[in-house]
Write a protein that binds this ligand. Sequence first.
Ligand code: RFL
Ligand code: PHB
Length: 393
Amino acid sequence: MEPISTQVAIVGAGPSGMILALLLQMAGVDCVVLERRARADVLARIRAGVLEPTAVEFLRESGLITRLDRLGRPRNGSRIAWQDRPSMMIDVKRWTGTEMMAYGQTFLTEDLYAQSDVLGTRLFEEVSELQIAGIDSPRPTLEFRSPRGSYRVTCDYVIGCDGARGQCVSLIPEANRRTFERVYPFGWLGIMSETPPIDDFTYIHHADGFALAAQRGPNLSRYYVQTPLDQGVEAWSDDRFWKTFLHRAPKDIAEQVVTGPSIEKSLAPLRSRVVEPMRWGNLFLAGDAAHVVPPTGAKGLNLAISDVRLLSRALLAHYNDGTDDLLDRYSQDALQRVWAASNLSWKLTRLLHVFPGEPSIDARLRLCDYEQLLESEDLQRALARDYAGASLA
Ligand code: RFL
Ligand code: PHB
C-alpha cells in the first residue's frame, strides 16, 4: 500500500469536492481528492441549472469557471405560472438588484475538471474499498484501491463531499448525529432537448401536478414534470412527456414551447434531509453529503458552493494565520443557510405540487397562498430574496 501524506483529503469530486480542492491548491494547501466514479460518469451528470448571485460572484472571483460569462445566461428571476390565474415573476432583479445565472452543472463540472488538469490536482478516480479511520485523531487515514494501485493517505482533515449517498456522514457517531428528513411521494421526470427554450425559467402549477421549463443554452432546453414514483423512465415516451407538459402549461406558455426528441431522460425522487452537525472531530461535511433539498428552489448546488466557500476560508485561516475560529464555527454558519434554503425549498414544493391523496381542502389553501402572493408586494419581495439566497448572503 503506497503511503501518501497530505494536509486535506477530500472524498468526492462533484462540484463541492472539486471547487474546494482547486481553491485550496491555488492557495498552496496540499490536498488529494478521491472519486468513486469514472470521469466520464461524473461529467455526464445533468442536474442543476441555476446559480444564485452570491455563487456567481464567488465563482467569478475564484477564476475557476472560465466559461461562466460566455455560456452563462443572466436571468432576472423565474416565473410562476398557474392554471387559470395570472402568472407572476419571482423578480430577483427588482427586489434585490442582482441577477441569477442559468449555468448548467454539467458545464461547471467540465470547467472544474479542465482546471484540475491544468493545475495537476492529485485526483484518484474509480476508487473502491475506501476505509476512513481516526477522524478523532490528529492524523486521520484513508485506505483505498484505484486502478493505479492501493494507497494509504494520512491527513489533517477529511472533507466529506461524497453526495447524498456518501459514506462520510456515517463517520459521525450515531449518538451524536441528528438527521431531519422528509421523503416526498413523487419525483421529477426530466428531459433535455436540443430545442430553443422559452424565455423564462417557469414553474407551473396545474391540478394534475407540477411542471418546469428550464434552459441550458440558446438551443438546449430542460423540462420537467411531476410524476408518481411507481413508474420508471421507460414508461415515459417523448410523446407522453410532451403531452403531459403541454397539458399542464397555461396556453400562453404552451404556445412558446418548441418540442423535439429528448437526448436525455431521468427520474429524480424528491426529498429533504439535513444532518447535524456538519463537523465531527477532523471530519467536515459539505454539499449533498450533509443536506439534500427538493430541486424546486434550485438550492442544492448553491448550498454546496456556499459550504465550500465557508470551508475554504476556514481552512485557509487555519493554515495561513493559525486561527481556528472559522473552522470551529463552520457547522453553525453553514447550517444557518442550509435551514433557510431547506425552508424555501419546502415552501415552494408545497405551493407548486399536488400531493397524491391529499384532502380536497389543500388545493384551496394552495390557491389562497398563490393569490396572496399575487396581491402582496411584501410577499413577492420576501420570496425573491429567499430565492436569490439574499436573506443570508
Ligand atoms: P454530488 O454532485 O453528488 O457529488 C458527490 C461525488 O462524490 C462521489 N462519491 C464518492 N467518491 C469517493 N468515494 C466514495 N465513497 C464516494 N461516494 C460518492 C460521487 O460519485 C460524486 O461524484 O454532490 P455535491 O458535490 O455536494 O454537489 C451537489 C449538487 O450536485 C446538487 O446539490 C445539485 O445537483 C442539486 N440540484 C440543483 N441545485 C441547484 O443549486 N440548482 C438547481 O437548479 C438544481 N437542480 C438538482 C437540480 C438536482 C437534481 N437531481 C437529479 C437530484 C435538478 C435535479 C433534477
Ligand atoms: C434546472 O435548470 O434543471 C432547474 C432549474 C430550476 C430548478 C430546478 C432545476 O428549481
